[in-house]
Ligand binder design. Structure first.
Ligand SMILES: Cc1cc2nc3c(=O)[nH]c(=O)nc-3n(C[C@H](O)[C@H](O)[C@H](O)COP(=O)(O)OP(=O)(O)OC[C@H]3O[C@@H](n4cnc5c(N)ncnc54)[C@H](O)[C@@H]3O)c2cc1C
Length: 366
């Protein structure tokens, strides 16, 4: 039996793709060692990134104008959502697919080899197996606790230096979001590092920061630990989600981008027009710039970022195919930075490969 589509991996991206392929009337085989296992991560997304077909039940909480702190406080003119991970999983139903609990060990033209020795055939095969960890890849790490919802306002990013870290140490920020009901996640996060900060360091910093804000922890709070690569993955028709290069290198987000692109891929089109590839090159340059910045300058960088007009913030954070918007956002951000930061950012941006620069030029012109 040959399926129209084989989806390898049922994380949020693979499950969304399998779900939408079924909605498009395709026959689907989906393979994951643990196909029914619920995800445990807390996934956040901007509300305007979520596709119209997604059941609103997948959203646990929506927050208007969350706050970001660099050296100053900024209100972000956008609605931020925290997804209900279990409901998201259930909303992306794969009833009607042939679901195989096994591990993919090889993908060949037209067929997939499984650890059990079985082989399955498909007209299209899409790898959504995520990204494996490697010391060569920058990672995002975080340590969070779940507390009562009245303990903090919603903070998309809070870079204030009250977490006890030495000014020259790699920086981290506080992410504070409601989870729905009476719960709130307070998470000390290393946005990207190679190597990224260790969980124990982030735990110390979180406890220090919360203590300095009068929030005492009992030690029995549920904990969330985060570690995943923000690099890796390769764009292309045969890969999707993190495996397909959907992770925004400067934020680590990919879930909403994968949900938004699932219909395009299900319909057999490419999720990687030339503009998306050019945006990806710019975003990677943005990550390089972030990794190059001296820790003390990170707050200035984010002050400049969150002072951008909302449409430019939107373009940089969410415009996966919006090359003009991304270029405008980066240009305006650059102009708003102190001169010494500009020099560093210019150096990182100049290291964009020539092929990508040409692609950008032709996409902007044409
Ligand atoms: C705690 C935490 C919090 C996060 N928060 C956010 C957030 O707020 N917003 C956001 O956008 N992103 C967030 N991320 C990043 C997030 O992991 C990824 O964005 C997302 O999980 C990527 O989804 P994916 O489906 O592409 O890959 P994965 O989630 O990695 O899924 C890969 C799937 O492939 C399966 N698989 C692996 N190997 C094989 C194999 N050989 N054969 C078959 N199947 C296989 C795995 O079992 C898994 O089900 C967070 C990550 C963590 C860890």
């Amino acid at each position: 039996m040959t399926a129209d589509v084989i989806v390898c991996g049922l994380g949020p991206a693979g499950r969304a793709l399998a779900h939408r392929c079924l909605a498009h009337g395709l026959s689907v085989t989906a393979i994951d060692p643990f196909p029914d296992r619920y995800w445990t991560a807390t996934y956040g997304a901007w509300e305007d990134e979520l596709p119209g077909w997604l059941d609103p039940a997948a959203v646990a909480v929506a927050v208007d104008r969350p706050t970001a702190w660099g050296s100053d406080s900024h209100r972000i003119e956008r609605r931020y959502t925290v997804l209900d991970t279990m409901r998201l999983h259930d909303c992306l139903g794969v009833d009607g697919a042939r679901v195989i609990a096994d591990r993919v060990i090889g993908i060949d033209r037209g067929s997939v080899r499984l650890r059990s020795g079985a082989q399955v055939r498909g007209a299209r095969i899409i790898d959504a197996r995520g990204i494996g960890r490697s010391p060569a890849l920058a990672e995002q790490t975080a340590y969070g606790v779940i507390v009562a919802a009245d303990r903090s306002e919603t903070l998309f990013m809070d870079w204030r230096p009250d977490n006890g870290a030495h000014p020259d140490a790699p920086p981290s920020f506080l992410y504070a979001v409601p989870l729905g009901g009476d719960a709130m996640l307070l998470e000390e996060t290393c946005l990207a590092g190679r190597p990224a900060l260790d969980g124990a360091v982030l735990q110390d910093r979180l406890e220090h920061r919360l203590r300095s804000r009068g929030i005492e922890l009992s030690g029995s709070e549920p904990v969330e630990r985060v570690r995943f690569p923000v690099q890796g993955g390769r764009p292309g028709r045969s890969r999707f989600g993190a495996a397909g290069g959907f992770t925004h290198p400067a934020t680590g987000y990919s879930v909403a981008a994968a949900l938004a692109a699932a219909d395009t891929v299900a319909a057999g089109a490419s999720a990687w027009p030339v503009t998306a590839r050019a945006v990806r090159a710019l975003r990677i340059a943005g990550l390089r710039a972030l990794l190059d910045l001296p820790p003390v300058d990170i707050r200035l960088f984010f002050d400049a970022f969150f002072a951008l007009p909302p449409e430019l913030q939107h373009a940089y954070l969410s415009g996966r195919t919006d090359l003009r918007g991304t270029v405008d956002a980066m240009r305006t951000l650059f102009a708003g930075l102190p001169p010494r930061l500009r020099r560093r950012i210019a150096a990182a941006t100049l290291r964009i490969p020539l092929r990508s620069q040409l692609r950008m030029a032709s996409a902007i012109i044409g």
